[in-house]
Ligand binder design. Structure first.
Ligand SMILES: Cc1cc2nc3c(=O)[nH]c(=O)nc-3n(C[C@H](O)[C@H](O)[C@H](O)COP(=O)(O)OP(=O)(O)OC[C@H]3O[C@@H](n4cnc5c(N)ncnc54)[C@H](O)[C@@H]3O)c2cc1C
Length: 337
């Protein structure tokens, strides 16, 4: 039976996969990449498919799905293969008496996917805790261990891996902290949920519970029965601008090393697209999540073409209102809007 991207991604759209290689170990992933490259076969690497939208025509070449599930806790270090389920690792690190990853609870996808867009939530970024990454370089055909300074982190959700297919992330090492208390919680919504002051601390188990509750409320934890979670999380990226247009001056603004970061969710909502928008638009197969204006969701039966059409509609509305052009946060392969 032909496997499609609709079967393997959280947005549940996308066409057939030419040749699927499920890599149970890093060695298998490297071998599969070397084989595909030697044969001149186009190669796409994926983990949990939670930040990936592929066109309805699919991918004619090889897809390597990272399924290497080994991880190890040693002292204050956690070493995990790329295919490990991210939230499984977060939970295990807390159970092993380590603090650091708790604010990143409940994020779908694989360990190997986290450095690609420097995954973050509630004031914590992957790059804050990363010690090294083992990487296969398709150009030099070698495996190397990188420190975070080579990864191009800095500006919002960026890394050298994000717009390149040159490297396979094979294994990630996090340096955490022995202890049961969190770092100071600077994120007001989370502090409020925990019943503490901003910059206060809390037991990491409580932080995980609070984060999961906040995420569930925003439909940001995968649930196959809930179309609000048939998404890639935030579809649009928060724009980083050298200059904020006057029309957008009321939008929440944050520092970014490349300029000023604006809230895409605020722009979308204020441009006339509140959470839930879309069920009455087009064929109704795509809509914003009922709890989150940034999440484009598949209401069931959507195609990638439907998703692209809807995303273009939102982008045009925001551009007309604020003179700001939104781009995707997820990886779009063989499709665009
Ligand atoms: C409901 C929901 C909530 C979310 N919440 C958040 C959130 O709070 N914060 C956040 O930052 N993100 C969030 N996301 C986005 C997503 O979960 C993360 O980006 C995740 O890290 C993607 O991992 P993945 O394994 O699913 O990657 P995939 O979707 O499989 O791939 C994404 C990209 O990474 C590349 N890639 C994946 N694995 C590797 C590898 N081993 N080596 C090289 N390249 C690789 C792929 O080629 C692709 O370009 C959310 C998504 C959903 C569906």
């Amino acid at each position: 039976m032909t496997v499609t991207f609709a079967d393997l991604t959280t947005m549940r759209v996308g066409g057939p996969i030419g040749r699927l290689m499920v890599a149970e170990t890093s060695a298998q992933a490297v071998e599969a990449a070397r084989e595909a490259d030697a044969a001149g076969d186009p190669l796409l690497v994926m983990g949990g498919g939670s930040n990936l939208v592929v066109g309805d025509t699919g991918w004619e070449g090889t897809v390597i799905r990272m399924a290497s599930g080994e991880f190890d806790v040693a002292g204050d270090r956690v070493v995990a293969a790329a295919g490990v389920d991210w939230d499984r690792l977060v939970r295990a690190s807390i159970e092993a008496g380590l603090a650091g990853l708790e604010a990143l609870s409940g994020i779908p996808g694989s360990v190997g996917g986290t450095p690609v867009q420097n995954v973050g939530a509630f004031g914590t970024l992957t790059s804050d805790l990363l010690e090294s990454i083992s990487v296969y370089d398709r150009e030099t055909r070698t495996v190397d261990r990188w420190t975070p300074d080579r990864c191009g982190f800095g500006s919002h959700r960026q890394s050298v891996f994000k717009h390149s297919d040159r490297w396979l992330v094979l294994e990630v090492t996090f340096r955490l902290r022995r202890g049961s208390q969190s770092k100071p919680i600077e994120y007001a919504e989370l502090a409020h949920k925990l019943g503490i002051e901003v910059a206060g601390t809390a037991p990491v188990t409580d932080v995980r519970e609070a984060v999961m509750a906040l995420r569930r409320n925003k439909r940001m934890v995968l649930d196959p029965d809930d179309h609000d979670t048939w998404s890639v999380g935030s579809f649009f990226i928060n724009p980083v601008l050298a200059e904020v247009p006057v029309r957008a001056s009321e939008c929440p603004q944050y520092f970014d090393i490349k300029g000023t970061k604006l809230s895409a969710g605020w722009l979308i909502h204020r441009a006339g697209f509140p959470p839930g928008y879309g069920t009455q638009w087009g064929n109704g197969a795509v809509a914003l999540s009922s709890r989150h204006a940034l999440a484009v969701t598949n209401r069931g039966g959507a195609t990638t073409a439907d998703i692209m059409k809807f995303a273009a509609h939102i982008r045009e509305g925001v551009e007309a209102c604020f003179d700001i052009r939104l781009g995707p946060e997820c990886d779009l392969v063989n499709c665009s809007f």
